[in-house]
Ligand binder design. Structure first.
Ligand code: FMN
Length: 294
C-alpha cells in the first residue's frame, strides 16, 4: 500500500504468520532496495513486493526485485503479460490484482501463479466496474484454475470466512493494516480511520484514476468538479502532484488524498500488526466452529 506498507509493516505481518507486502508504488528505486534489505533483516519468513505496473521507474524496480531475490511479486494496475515471464524465469512467483473476471482470465493466460480479485469496497485504486467482493469472488472462482485471493472489505475473521465460502483460497487485507502500529501512514490518518463511519468513503476520479477516498476537503473539491462535468485536464489540475503523500504520509487531513476502504467503519483501534492478525484468525476459527454446529 502506497505510503503505508514499508519494511516495518511487511516484516511484522510476515513474522506474525501472514505474507507481508512492501508497497513499491510510492518508492524511488533506491528506497525500494533499502526497504527490501531491511525487510530481509527483520524477518526470515517469505514477504512480497507490490508493483503497480504503470509506475515510471518500473524497469529499475524489476531489476532490484530480481537482484534481491524477492520471492513473490504482486503486480497491479497494468498488463500482467509485460513482466510475468521475466520474473518467473528468475524464480519469482507472480500474483496479479484484478477487478473483473475478464482480467482474471487474462492474468491466468499470462502465466501468473495466483490472482487477487479485488472488489469495489477496497481501499486504494479500484476497478471502474463497481463489482463488489461478494459478487466478484464467486464469478472468478468459477472460471479460474489457479489460486484465488479475495480482497476488498475484509478486516475481520468473519469476513475472511465469508471470502472462503465464496471460493477464495486466501485473502488480501489492506485498510485494516493501515491503522496498525507498524504502518508508515501518518498518525493523523490512522486516527481519521478509526473514527470513520459507514458512508465516509466514496470512489471518485473514475474517469482519471478511480480511487476510494475518505471524505475531506479534497474529496469535496473533486466531487464538485466531477458533478460540474470537469474535463480530465481540470481533474488532473485539482489532483496535482503529491496529494497522496500529503494526506497519508504527511497527515494533512483536509487537502491531502486519503485512500481507505469501506471497511474503515469497522476499524476502531490502532494496534500492532501481529495483534490484528491474531484477532482475525481467532474470530475466523470461532465463527467457523459456530457455523459448523448450526
Ligand atoms: C492506503 C492504501 C494504499 C494502497 N496502495 C496500493 C498499491 O499501491 N497497489 C495495490 O495493488 N493496491 C493498493 N491498495 C489496495 C490493497 O493492496 C488491497 O487490495 C485493498 O486495500 C484491499 O481492500 P481493503 O482495503 O478493503 O482491505 C492500497 C490500499 C490502501 C488502503
Amino acid at each position: 500500500m502506497v505510503w503505508c506498507s514499508g519494511w516495518e509493516l511487511a516484516s511484522a505481518v510476515s513474522n506474525a504468520g501472514g505474507l507481508g507486502i512492501i508497497g513499491a508504488g510510492s518508492m524511488y528505486p533506491e528506497i525500494l532496495k533499502e526497504h527490501i534489505q531491511k525487510c530481509k533483516q527483520a524477518t526470515n519468513k517469505p514477504f512480497a513486493v507490490n508493483l503497480p505496473l504503470l509506475y515510471s521507474d518500473i524497469d529499475q524496480h524489476i531489476q532490484t526485485i530480481i537482484e534481491e531475490k524477492v520471492p513473490i511479486v504482486f503486480t497491479s494496475a497494468g498488463n500482467p503479460k509485460t513482466w510475468t515471464t521475466l520474473l518467473k524465469e528468475h524464480g519469482v512467483k507472480v500474483v496479479h490484482v484484478v477487478s473483473s473476471v475478464k482480467f482474471a482470465l487474462k492474468s491466468e493466460a499470462a502465466g501468473v501463479d495466483a490472482v487477487v480479485a479485488e472488489g469495489f469496497e477496497a481501499g486504494g485504486h479500484n476497478g471502474r466496474e463497481e463489482t463488489t467482493t461478494l459478487c466478484l469472488v464467486p464469478e472468478v472462482a468459477k472460471v479460474l484454475q489457479i489460486p484465488l485471493i479475495a480482497a476488498g472489505g475484509i478486516g475481520s475473521g468473519r469476513a475472511m470466512l465469508a471470502a472462503f465460502a465464496l471460493g477464495a483460497d486466501a485473502v488480501q487485507i489492506g485498510s485494516r493494516f493501515v491503522a496498525s502500529d507498524e504502518s508508515s501512514a501518518h498518525n493523523n490518518f490512522k486516527k481519521a480511520i478509526i473514527i470513520a463511519k459507514e458512508g465516509d468513503t466514496e470512489l471518485r476520479l473514475k474517469n482519471l484514476t478511480p480511487v476510494r477516498l475518505l471524505k475531506n476537503n479534497f474529496y469535496e473539491q473533486v466531487k464538485q468538479a466531477e458533478e460540474g462535468k470537469a474535463n480530465l485536464e481540470e481533474l488532473r489540475a485539482i489532483l496535482g502532484k503529491g496529494r497522496a503523500k500529503k494526506g497519508m504520509f504527511q497527515g494533512e487531513l483536509h487537502e491531502g488524498e486519503l485512500e481507505i476502504g469501506q471497511v474503515a467503519s469497522q476499524i476502531n483501534e490502532i494496534k500492532p500488526a501481529a495483534e490484528i492478525l491474531k484477532e482475525i484468525w481467532q474470530e475466523f476459527l470461532v465463527e467457523k466452529d459456530r457455523l459448523a454446529s448450526l
